[in-house]
Design a protein around this ligand. Structure first.
Ligand code: NAP
Length: 281
């Protein structure tokens, strides 16, 4: 399986998204937990969650799924709301997340999106919980290049380890300056919603892309996922509650493209040629 260096560690290039997990009935949640376990058993060693997802229900499901696994063999990313971004509220949110996750620490803790709290205050809070051993690293999400530069300018802001943004074939804006900036400054990039989230319309629009997928004898989902990791510089975190889809996603990350195929895809969904407003979900 393709690997990437994430948070200073060797990691699978695919992680497991958990948005909307744990929100259904018991049977559904059990199925979702079983898929997370399946992933961990098959070498997928990053889980992305947040206090926002089902107001803690996703973190609870993750907490059940990781029981019995060596805690050091996988990494957990969680996120706090922007209105919990002061030092006291960060500590409070984090302690609640750790309780739901039934773990002593997070590998990465992210500010979910930018709010009104000054970045300097948020960084101070994150550095404090890092010093206390409750998190290994911290980062941000839904930041554009200007936001990242502003963050780098506050005390300890250069310790930002991760930025997580929307990244898929129809949202390529980050390729223009976010990805190059992060590469230059050693900030790991996590790309969320590789399939455009639960938006079914997204896939209906892709006739020409369907032709490329058909020629490669892969599904359009496999094409979308393989494309996200084509340069080995993005950790992609699809969400699935289906074992068949999980197997297909695992297969996808090892699919390569020829330069001609990539050129064809670029014609269907062109690369950004200028700074674009950051796409978010
Ligand atoms: N930082 C942020 O602000 C932010 C924002 C959004 C998302 N995220 C993170 O990114 C993760 C992924 O994004 P997402 O949940 O929005 O959406 P996504 O991963 O782009 O798409 C999920 C959808 O794709 C379907 N799917 C997955 N694999 C498939 C396959 N092989 N074939 C067919 N359908 C497939 C899933 O259905 P099935 O379950 O039926 O497979 C689900 O409907 C989230 O779960 C979350 O952890 C972060």
């Amino acid at each position: 399986m393709k690997e990437i260096t994430f948070n200073h560690r060797k990691s699978s290039i695919i992680g497991m998204g958990t948005w909307r997990l744990g929100e259904g009935d018991l049977l559904e949640t059990q199925k979702e937990i079983a898929i997370l376990k399946y992933g961990l058993h098959h070498g997928v060693n990053v889980i992305d969650t947040a206090e926002m997802y089902g107001e803690g229900k996703a973190e609870k499901a993750v907490g059940t799924a990781i029981k019995g696994f060596d805690r050091d063999s996988f990494q957990i990313i969680s996120k706090f709301y922007p209105y919990h971004a002061t030092p006291e509220l960060i500590k409070d949110s984090l302690e609640k997340s750790l309780k739901r996750l039934q773990t002593d620490y997070l590998d990465v803790y992210l500010l979910h999106w930018r709010g009104n709290t000054p970045l300097a205050e948020t960084v101070q809070g994150l550095e404090a919980v890092k010093k206390a051993g409750l998190i290994k690293s911290w980062g941000v999400s839904n930041f554009n290049t200007d936001d990242l530069k502003e963050l780098a300018a506050v005390p300890d802001g250069e310790n930002c380890q991760v930025n997580e943004d929307l990244y898929n074939l129809t949202s390529r804006g980050v390729e223009y300056s976010v990805l190059p900036y992060q590469k230059e400054h050693g900030i790991d990039f996590v790309g969320y919603s590789p399939f455009g989230s639960d938006n079914n319309e997204f896939l209906k629009l892709k006739n020409e892309l369907g032709d490329v997928a058909a020629q490669k004898h892969i599904s359009i989902f496999e094409l979308l996922l393989a494309w996200c990791v084509r340069n080995n510089d993005v950790l992609t975190i699809p969400k699935t509650s289906s074992t068949d889809h999980f197997v297909s996603n695992l297969k996808a990350i090892d699919i390569d493209f020829t330069p001609d195929e990539l050129e064809l895809i670029d014609k269907i969904y062109p690369k950004p040629t200028k700074e674009e407003p950051l796409d978010t979900i």
